[in-house]
Design a protein around this ligand. Structure first.
Ligand code: ADP
Ligand code: MG
Length: 355
C-alpha cells in the first residue's frame, strides 16, 4: 500500500510542528523518518495513521493507497503501530497479547479459535520466540518484548506498519540485532513500513529510503547512499555523521582553506574519514599548500573500527580525523605532536544552518 503526503501543515496553537511537508512512500517500501527530537516525526506518523488531523490547507493530501484515511473507518485503515514504550498487556501471556487484535474483532469478522492459534504460532515463529507463548511480559527481555509488540501489530495483517522509535529504549547491542532482524522480516513480508528514528545508523542500515527532517520540514529524501554521499544541505551532512567545518574559498574548482570565517567565506564540510594526517608538509599531495591545515594532536583513540584522532588548530578549533589502524601505526602519533591535516574530499554549502 502506498502512502502519499502532500503540502501538509500542522500547528499546535502558535507552534508549527510541520511546515509544507511532502513525502511519498511506495508500496512495500521501508522508509525511515530521521531527524532530531522535536523535528515533527511523530506528528507526521500520527497524521499518516489518522490519529491526528492536518491543518485545513488548500492542496493538502494525505492518502494511503489512493484514499484519504479519514474517509475510512478505524477498522478499515489496517494500520499496525509499535511505539518506543508500547506497553504489552501485563496480565496477558505472549500468546494472548499477539492474539489480541484478532480476538477483539466483531464476531462476524473474527477468525475461529483454531485460526487464531495457527496465526499466533506463525507469528511466534517469525519473531523467533516459539517457546515463550505462555510467558508474561515481565518474564521477557526488552528486545523480546518489542518483538512481541511487533508480532501483535502484524497479527491483524496491517496494510501499513508504523514504528515510532521501536528500539529507542534498548541497549546498543540489542538495537543492532533488532534492526537487522527487522530488515530481514521486512524482506519476508514486504509490508509498507514507516520507521521513525533519531538514530542515523539505524536509518542508514534498515531503510530503503530516508526522509531527513529538521525544524518541521523535510530537508532531503533519498536512498541511504544518496543522503549520505550527496547531502542536500550542511544539516543533512552533519546529522548523518560528524563533520569538520573549515572556512575558505573556492578557486578553480579547488577548495582553499584560508582559515577565518567571514561574510564571503565558503563553509567547507569534511567528514572525519575524508581527512589524512602527515608528519611533514611535503608529504601532502599539495606540498603543504592551500589544502592543508596545521594542527596539534590532542587525543588518540585507537579502539573501534577506525582510529580517531582529535586535533586542535592554531585558532583553537577542533578537528576530528578517522584513519585506518594501519595508517595510525605508521604515523605513530603522540599527544602534543604538530602535524599537517590534508583534505581528500570536501563539500561546500553556502547556507548557514542550525539544528
Ligand atoms: P519528534 O517525534 O520528531 O521528536 P514531534 O512530532 O513529537 O517530534 O513534535 C514536534 C513538536 O511538536 C515538538 O516540539 C512537540 O512539543 C510539539 N507537539 C507535538 N504534539 C503536540 C501537541 N499535541 N500539543 C502541542 N505541541 C505538540
Ligand atoms: Mg517522536
Amino acid at each position: 500500500m502506498s502512502i502519499e503526503v502532500r503540502s501538509l501543515h500542522k500547528t499546535f496553537g502558535d507552534f508549527v510542528a510541520l511546515r509544507d511537508v511532502s513525502v511519498e512512500i511506495g508500496s512495500g517500501e521501508l522508509v525511515a523518518l530521521l531527524g532530531p527530537s522535536g523535528s515533527g516525526k511523530t506528528t507526521l506518523l500520527r497524521i499518516i495513521a489518522g490519529l491526528e488531523a492536518p491543518d485545513p490547507h488548500p492542496g493538502t493530501v494525505v492518502r494511503v493507497d489512493g484514499a484519504a484515511l479519514h474517509e475510512r473507518s478505524a477498522g478499515e485503515r489496517g494500520v499496525g503501530f509499535v511505539f518506543q514504550h508500547y506497553a504489552l498487556f501485563r496480565h496477558m501471556t505472549v500468546f494472548d497479547n499477539i492474539a489480541f487484535g484478532l480476538t477483539v474483532r466483531p464476531r462476524a469478522q473474527r477468525p475461529s479459535k483454531e485460526q487464531i492459534r495457527h496465526k499466533v504460532n506463525e507469528l511466534l515463529q517469525l519473531i523467533q520466540l516459539e517457546g515463550l507463548a505462555g510467558r508474561f511480559p515481565s518474564q521477557l527481555s526488552g528486545g523480546q518484548r518489542q518483538r512481541v509488540a511487533l508480532a501483535r501489530a502484524l497479527a491483524i495483517e496491517p496494510r501499513i506498519l508504523l514504528l515510532d522509535e521501536p528500539f529507542g529504549a534498548l541497549d546498543a547491542k540489542v538495537r543492532q540485532d533488532l534492526r537487522r532482524w527487522l530488515r530481514k522480516l521486512h524482506e519476508e513480508l514486504h509490508v509498507t513500513t514507516v520507521l521513525v528514528t533519531h538514530d542515523q545508523e539505524e536509518a542508514l542500515e534498515v531503510a530503503d529510503r530516508i526522509v531527513v527532517m529538521n525544524h518541521a520540514r523535510v530537508e532531503q529524501a533519498g536512498t541511504p547512499e544518496e543522503v549520505f554521499h550527496h547531502p542536500a544541505s550542511g544539516f543533512v551532512m552533519d546529522f548523518l555523521g560528524h563533520v569538520n567545518l573549515f572556512h575558505g574559498r573556492m578557486e578553480g574548482g579547488q577548495s582553499i582553506l584560508d582559515g577565518a570565517p567571514g561574510p564571503d567565506a565558503a563553509r567547507i564540510y569534511v567528514r572525519p574519514f575524508e581527512l589524512d594526517i602527515h608528519r611533514e608538509a611535503a608529504e601532502t599531495s599539495d606540498g603543504g599548500g592551500p589544502n592543508t591545515v596545521k594542527a596539534r594532536v590532542a587525543r588518540v583513540l585507537a579502539a573501534g573500527p577506525a582510529a580517531k584522532v582529535e586535533l586542535s588548530r592554531a585558532d583553537g578549533e577542533p578537528i576530528l580525523v578517522e584513519l585506518p589502524h594501519t595508517r595510525l601505526r605508521e604515523l605513530n602519533l603522540t599527544v602534543g605532536d604538530d602535524v599537517f591535516v590534508s583534505l581528500k574530499e570536501a563539500r561546500i554549502f553556502s547556507e548557514d544552518y542550525s539544528i
